[in-house]
Design a protein around this ligand. Structure first.
Ligand SMILES: [Ca+2]
Ligand SMILES: [Ca+2]
Length: 416
């Protein structure tokens, strides 16, 4: 709804809602036009000079610490630089593979690219560009490698808008033996989730949004007979894939056994803490609140509230009984926020002051913050990234911020 059809691919992959035109539509479109010409003007990415434009990209910018609004009393986050590392076509997800220094980055336009030492390999690892749908929240959306490194998984939407989780055998840099693991019909074009990640238990976790439209008209978030509005947990190997016996709803009548957690609206990105195994979920909100959910390692079966709750607030009259409220929520009506982007707990070595902090941001406002370890609160500003689409973590635990405009930034220690 935010952009004309021929440009719709160049807008938010996790747009908030159907039928509500925000002031950001034009700004996003303007930014997109700049992004479209970035091949000719590399290094000049930024937003158009609209008065309502979100913050421009800030490569190599150093934010001042101490801008905490969390009120937690925790130490402030260190200075961080966002250094441009590579440039791709609408990067939305990143994964690494066992025993391989390559960064694998998914482009929403359908290609999985290999990035070695900051250089993007010319030949894509996989090219789905002729098979995907091209709506704002569609396309190639997620990537993960099996913990043994021998299998690749992509989450993407086909030309009819339906979701596929597809596996390839992976060896010698080549993906072969394509096989659909599962598919999900999508009732609406938006809220497709898309995140894939293997947990510390070796199982694959898969994010599905509530199906789409606005307000969850089918009530999918709270229903246990659909994958929509859920995070699933499966062992994807074999045909058919396997459901772990200790999944929380195995054996419950009317419930899909693949479900790990529910009550989610559009969990565009979730990650596991590489040290503790805890899960952090960024669930994109409806009209008022963006939220980050925290799940202690291995605690399946939780109801994160949607659509009874939006953030820590009633939506369809939910009082919070039996639901888990977010550890962070923030309002839309402040500074151009639109969609939360999770986010990793920092476990690298280059920026010691970030240790244990959850790094996340907002797609439209562009801010990136580090929430304090173990405590509630939104945390300190680290900088801004135009059209922040996702974060990535390499095998050393260092973090990257992906911009839908093209750049991939590496977080590095700031000056001072
Ligand atoms: Ca959908
Ligand atoms: Ca919630």
């Amino acid at each position: 709804m935010q952009a004309t059809n021929h440009r719709r691919l160049r807008t938010v992959p996790i747009s908030r809602r159907t039928g509500r035109r925000t002031g950001w539509g034009l700004a996003l479109l303007s930014a997109a036009l700049v992004a479209c010409s970035s091949a000719e003007t590399a290094g000049s990415a930024g937003v158009a000079d609209s008065g309502s434009a979100p913050p421009a990209a800030s490569p190599a910018v150093t934010a001042s610490p101490g801008e905490s609004d969390g009120g937690t009393g925790a130490e402030t986050a260190p200075k961080v630089r966002f250094t441009e590392f590579a440039r791709l076509d609408m990067p939305v997800a990143m994964a690494v593979r066992k025993g391989d220094p390559t960064l694998y980055i998914a482009e929403q336009t359908g290609r999985l690219r290999a990035v070695k030492d900051g250089k993007v390999a010319e030949e894509p690892v996989v090219d789905l560009s002729g098979e995907i749908s091209k709506g704002n929240e569609q396309g190639l959306l997620g990537v993960a490698f099996h913990p043994d490194g021998d299998f690749l998984y992509l989450d993407w939407t086909d030309r009819e808008g339906h979701t596929h989780l597809t596996e390839w055998a992976f060896s010698g840099g080549k993906a072969t033996g394509r096989r659909d693991v599962l598919t999900q019909r999508q009732p609406y074009a938006n809220h497709n989730g898309g995140q894939l990640a293997f947990g510390p238990d070796g199982y694959l976790y898969i994010a599905f949004g509530d199906g789409g439209s606005g307000g969850d008209p089918q009530g999918n978030g709270q229903k246990l007979d659909t994958w929509l509005g859920k995070i699933l947990r499966i062992d994807p190997r074999g045909t058919p894939y396997k459901v772990p016996r200790d999944n929380p709803f195995v054996g419950r009548q009317g419930a899909r056994p693949e479900i790990w957690s529910y009550g989610l609206r559009n969990p565009w990105r979730f990650t596991f803490d590489a040290k503790t195994g805890d899960m952090w979920i960024g669930d994109v909100g409806q009209n008022a609140w963006e939220e980050v959910d925290f799940e202690p390692k291995g605690e399946g079966g939780r109801n994160y509230g949607w659509n009874r709750r939006e953030g820590a607030h009633p939506f369809e009259g939910g009082d919070g009984d039996g639901t888990v409220d977010p550890v962070i929520d923030y309002p839309l009506g402040e500074g151009g926020n639109c969609s939360v982007i999770a986010g990793y707990v920092y476990r690298g070595e280059k920026i010691p002051g970030l240790e244990g902090r959850f790094v996340y941001g907002d797609f439209c406002a562009g801010w990136v913050k580090a929430a304090p370890p173990g405590g509630k609160g939104r945390g300190d500003d680290l900088g801004t990234v135009e059209q922040l689409s996702s974060f990535g973590q390499d095998r050393d635990g260092e973090l990257y911020a992906l911009s839908l405009s093209g750049p991939v930034y590496r977080l590095e220690p700031g000056a001072g």
